[in-house]
Design a protein. Structure first.
Length: 214
């Protein structure tokens, strides 16, 4: 962002207009319900919002947040999200659903992720989302996306988290599994400038589904 844009953004933050602006933008990018087979072993189909809502009352995730509260208490949203991103990268090992469960797709509960310290892309991204929400980060700053991503030269299906930075209001990639970027959030590039993320099928939080191209 240029100096004028940064000054304008600082003024918007001072006037406490950020959430109103984000809500207005998001309203224009909502889409209908997205049904997805979240567990191939049981042929379970549910909306992505339903899946995410089931994760939110996790006592294990809340305990992790409580154990780290002395570190993140009083921090801004960027710092909190950055902390949990690095926590997930350090503590959770990537393991595909095929290797872990013997099925192509199984969106497991985050309690099982915490217990096993292993996760496929979507389950680890969901854990990151929940840790941020339980730490007070507003849901309009967080969005899970699914889409095609280039990984080791191949186009593969993937799920990752994007976060709207307090620094500039732009989405930043918080991909814990495929393309890990440990730079501070303010130094990360705009999420949509990374051409490895070829296509977005859809986005969602715990209340809404969104058009994938955003």
């Amino acid at each position: 962002m240029n100096s004028f844009s940064l000054k304008l953004w600082e003024r918007i933050k001072q006037l406490s207009l950020i959430d109103k602006i984000f809500s207005t933008i998001d309203k224009h990018h909502e889409r209908g319900v997205v049904l997805y087979k979240t567990d191939w072993s049981k042929n379970k189909i549910e909306t992505l919002v339903q899946y995410l809502k089931r994760q939110m009352p996790s006592k294990l995730a809340q305990q992790i947040v409580d154990d780290n509260m002395h570190i993140i208490k009083g921090c801004d949203n960027d710092t909190i999200v950055d902390w949990w991103f690095k926590w997930v990268v350090i503590h959770i090992i990537y393991k595909s659903d095929e290797d872990k469960f013997g099925v192509a797709e199984k969106w497991e509960h985050i309690d099982h992720v915490i217990a096993t310290k292993q996760a496929d892309c979507e389950s680890g991204a969901t854990l990151l989302y929940v840790l941020c929400r339980l730490s007070g980060v507003p849901k309009n700053r967080l969005r899970l996306f699914g889409g095609w991503v280039l990984n080791n030269g191949r186009k593969v299906g993937h799920v990752w988290l994007q976060y709207r930075s307090s620094y500039c209001g732009r989405f930043k990639l918080m991909d814990w599994s495929y393309h890990v970027d440990l730079h501070p959030i303010a130094d990360k590039p705009w999420a949509y400038s990374d051409k490895r993320y070829v296509d977005r099928w859809w986005g969602f939080d715990e209340t809404r589904h969104y058009k994938g191209w955003r």
